[in-house]
Every structure is written in structure tokens, then in C-alpha cells.
Design a binder for this molecule. Structure first.
Ligand SMILES: NC(=O)c1ccc[n+]([C@@H]2O[C@H](COP(=O)([O-])OP(=O)(O)OC[C@H]3O[C@@H](n4cnc5c(N)ncnc54)[C@H](O)[C@@H]3O)[C@@H](O)[C@H]2O)c1
Length: 271
């Protein structure tokens, strides 16, 4: 019988908890949940209680060293740290905080690394098309993201800029327009989809991003427009939030589960 791979999960929030469950159910034929890392004491204790027959809590460095596959579901800062360690030890890593991969030192490291980094499509659709199109010439990639105010609160952008005043329920405001690299710098926890799209297509300097908000928005909505030698396509994804977390779309969790399953599948569908 083939040995099961040892999985370690960093971050026991909305995504990490859902993926822990997926590992012990959907992936149990291939993988064992062995290690967990969560900095919030109460969340860590709850996780440990729930998975005490499977995994134990360990510090981040130990988790990376002892796992075959590491799932990062914490923050862009943690993603950069995990990638650095994973490159040193040639590990497989699934990264949710994809913006962390665009930090200059990480970009340099990834050019010469032998580890495997998986970035799920997350809360957007159309990444398959962008990946295919990038083998020809792509002229334009544009992302228009619409999020309710509660999904944007706490972003670094609003430390310097005032959150827009929305006078009526239906009023819509564009709060950001620029390159994906700037969007990720200003909204590190809110616009991972821009990082995924950039990596799949024409890079974070050329990928254009707009972020809109309105109290009337229900869930996060992402529109993507791509033009190139192949022709053009647009996608619209109207997301429902993950239970208990308005910032995270449920599709991001489902997409990560699909990426994990694909890593073990004998038939792999889609680009
Ligand atoms: N790729 C995508 O489409 C996508 C979509 C949604 C969220 N995300 C990103 O995925 C990550 C997780 O999202 P979430 O909704 O689960 O967030 P969450 O806030 O529910 O959970 C994050 C957890 O990580 C823990 N954490 C933070 N730093 C840590 C550290 N140094 N060590 C151990 N634990 C640490 C926090 O205590 C928290 O419990 C976030 O960075 C988020 O921006 C990506």
C-alpha cells in the first residue's frame, strides 16, 4: 500500500478549518492530517480538540519541516515565510494568501525553486482560460471586483484613506483603480484573486484592477475580461460568503478542495 502523505495546515480560520475537514474526509485515501499551526490560543485549542485523533499543534517551522504537503491559510506574510522554508526543504505547498507570492524576495526565490506551489483559482472563474491564453499573446486582463463594505473593512488602504461615505443603500463607489501589484499592496487580505489572475496571465504590473463597494452588494462579485490572440472572454462570479466570514467567498474553499483532489487524481481535467 502506498504511504499516505503527511499534511500540515497553517491557519485555523474559515479556510484552514474547512480544509482540515476535507483532508480527513475527501482525501483520506491519500493523505493524513498530521500537524496544525494556529496563533490564536482559543482557536488553536478548539482545533486541537476537534482533530486530537489526527493531528497535533506545532510551531510553524516544525510543521513545514515535518509535513510533505503544507496548506497555508493564514496571511500573505505567513505565505512568504512558508514558501521560503518550503523551497529550502523541497516541499509541496498550497497557498491561499497568494498575494504573499508577489513580494520581490519571494519572486526571486520562486525562479530557482524545486518545491511545488499550488495556487487555487479561489473565488474567481476563468483562470483555466487565462492559463491557456497565456501560451499565446494576451493584450489585456482586467478584474472588476465588487465587495460590500464589511468585506473591505480593516484593509491597509484605509489607514491612510478614509473609508468612502455611502449616502444611500444603493450608491456604488469605486474605491480603487490601478495595477494588480498596487491592489495587493493596499488590500493584502482582500484581493488574492488579483494575485492569482496575475500569476496565471500577464503579471501584476499589467493586470488592471478596479474595486467597487456598495451597501447593496450581497457577497463578493468578480468580473474578468481577457483579450488576446485567442479572441476574448469575460466571466462573472457572484459569490456567496463562507459561513461566518463575509471577507471569504465559499467558492475559495471549494476551489482549494478541488486543487487538493486534482493533485492526487489520475485524470486531471482542465488547464
Ligand atoms: N485565494 C483566494 O481566493 C482567497 C480567498 C479568501 C481568502 N484568502 C486568504 O486566505 C487566508 C485565510 O483566509 P480565512 O478566510 O481562513 O481567514 P481567517 O481570518 O478566518 O483565518 C486566518 C487564520 O490564520 C491565523 N493566523 C494568522 N497568522 C498566523 C500565524 N503566523 N501562525 C498561525 N496562524 C496564524 C489566524 O489566527 C486565523 O485563525 C487569508 O490570508 C485570506 O486573505 C484567499
Amino acid at each position: 500500500m502506498k504511504k499516505k502523505i503527511r499534511v500540515g495546515i497553517i491557519g485555523g480560520g474559515t479556510i484552514g478549518t474547512a480544509l482540515a475537514q476535507a483532508v480527513v474526509t475527501d482525501l483520506k485515501a491519500f493523505a493524513q492530517l498530521k500537524f496544525l499551526c494556529e496563533k490564536h490560543k482559543e482557536k488553536a485549542a478548539a482545533l486541537q480538540e476537534k482533530y486530537k485523533f489526527f493531528a497535533r499543534l506545532v510551531p510553524l517551522t516544525e510543521l513545514v519541516r515535518r509535513s510533505d504537503l503544507i496548506i497555508e491559510a493564514a496571511s500573505p506574510k505567513v505565505a512568504a515565510q512558508v514558501v521560503r522554508l518550503a523551497c529550502e526543504w523541497n516541499k509541496k505547498v498550497l497557498i491561499m494568501s497568494v498575494g504573499g507570492l508577489l513580494q520581490p524576495q519571494v519572486v526571486e526565490l520562486l525562479k530557482k525553486n524545486r518545491s511545488r506551489i499550488f495556487c487555487p483559482s479561489g473565488a474567481i472563474t476563468g483562470v483555466d482560460g487565462v492559463l491557456a491564453a497565456a501560451n499565446g499573446k494576451i493584450r489585456k486582463v482586467r478584474l472588476i471586483t465588487r465587495k460590500p463594505p464589511e468585506a473591505l473593512m480593516g484593509a491597509a488602504y484605509f489607514l491612510k484613506k478614509r473609508f468612502p461615505v455611502l449616502k444611500t443603500f444603493s450608491e456604488e463607489k469605486r474605491i480603487f483603480r490601478g495595477a494588480a501589484i498596487e491592489a495587493i499592496e493596499h488590500f493584502p487580505q482582500n484581493i488574492n484573486v488579483a494575485a492569482v489572475l496575475s500569476l496565471a496571465g500577464i503579471g501584476p504590473e499589467r493586470t488592471q484592477v478596479e474595486i467597487w463597494t456598495s451597501r447593496s452588494y450581497k457577497g463578493n462579485r468578480h468580473e474578468i475580461l481577457v483579450e488576446g490572440d485567442f479572441g476574448m472572454f469575460t466571466t462573472v462570479t457572484q459569490n456567496k460568503p463562507a459561513p461566518g466570514n463575509p471577507k471569504t467567498s465559499y467558492l475559495a474553499i471549494l476551489s482549494a478542495i478541488a486543487t487538493l483532489k486534482k493533485a492526487f487524481a489520475s485524470v486531471r481535467v482542465g488547464t
